[in-house]
Design a protein around this ligand. Structure first.
Ligand SMILES: C[S@@+](CC[C@H](N)C(=O)[O-])C[C@H]1O[C@@H](n2cnc3c(N)ncnc32)[C@H](O)[C@@H]1O
Length: 237
């Protein structure tokens, strides 16, 4: 993403950080060789959609756009702002908006998916259901990423632990900001070993986060080692 677009995207209302957006862009670029499309559940005003569209893939953006972000959080309808933002970012033609709930969109879905980004309703029932409905379409080598997986009040965290971190169906797992991601497939023996290491790191990070102890409180040496290890994991995405 170029600087001018980055400045524009940073001003779009939403909860996605630049690091998280950049991860989404990389995921779509690194899976370019795979068959399948990109699917986003929960687009809001288009911040994450624009990042996902940087890979020049078609992005199916699912959102009823009623401004319902959770039980206690309501916003005005977002569809018009969403489309306007896509146009300004010059990605309107790459995005197929599906103005429906994820459940409605899933009933007729029959395409393969290479990148699935889950960022719809964050309670355990809805986040878990989104995973169940959509993850089965993701091809081997494809990426599933769940936003807000480091928030103890949040069902997305439980879904990420159960469905990605503790699941045998991903040969590679990791985190960027509050995104937990997994790459689907069996992988090599070495990749599975690496995954076991990251599983422990991520579970520790999540439990420390519950105690309000974050990465920033760690001693410098551990911070450096973890940063290097996370960077290696990302570079080999
Ligand atoms: C946290 S926001 C998404 C933020 C967006 N990904 C971004 O980066 O700005 C959650 C979105 O999920 C949408 N949503 C609510 N219920 C949904 C459902 N059943 N299926 C899909 N999306 C839903 C809301 O309309 C809202 O726009």
């Amino acid at each position: 993403m170029n600087k001018k677009l980055l400045v524009f995207v940073s001003k779009i209302p939403g909860w996605l950080s630049t690091a998280e957006g950049s991860f989404l862009e990389q995921s779509t670029k690194k899976t370019a060789r795979l068959e399948g499309t990109v699917v986003e559940i929960g687009s809001f005003c288009g911040k994450s959609t624009i990042w996902l569209a940087q890979g020049k893939n078609k992005v199916y953006a699912i959102d009823p756009h009623k401004g319902n972000v959770g039980e206690d959080e309501k916003y005005p309808p977002t569809y018009k702002t969403f489309i306007k933002n896509l146009q300004t970012a010059n990605v309107r033609t790459s995005v197929v908006p599906l103005v429906k709930t994820s459940e409605e969109a899933a009933t007729k879905w029959n395409k393969k998916i290479k990148v699935l980004f889950i960022d719809g309703l964050h309670d355990e029932k809805n986040a878990g259901r989104d995973f169940e409905l959509w993850s089965k379409h993701v091809v081997n080598g494809g990426v599933i990423a769940i936003h807000d997986s480091f928030k103890k009040w949040c069902g997305s965290e439980k879904t990420a632990i159960k469905m990605i971190i503790n699941s045998p169906h991903f040969y590679k797992i990791g985190a960027v900001g509050s995104i937990v991601y997994g790459i689907k497939g069996r992988g090599t023996m070495l990749q599975r070993l690496q995954k076991s290491f990251y599983r422990i790191v991520l579970l520790i990070a999540i439990y420390l986060n519950r105690l309000k102890i974050t990465f920033f409180h760690f001693p410098k040496i551990i911070k450096t080692q973890l940063t290097v290890s996370v960077l290696i994991n990302l570079i080999t995405l």
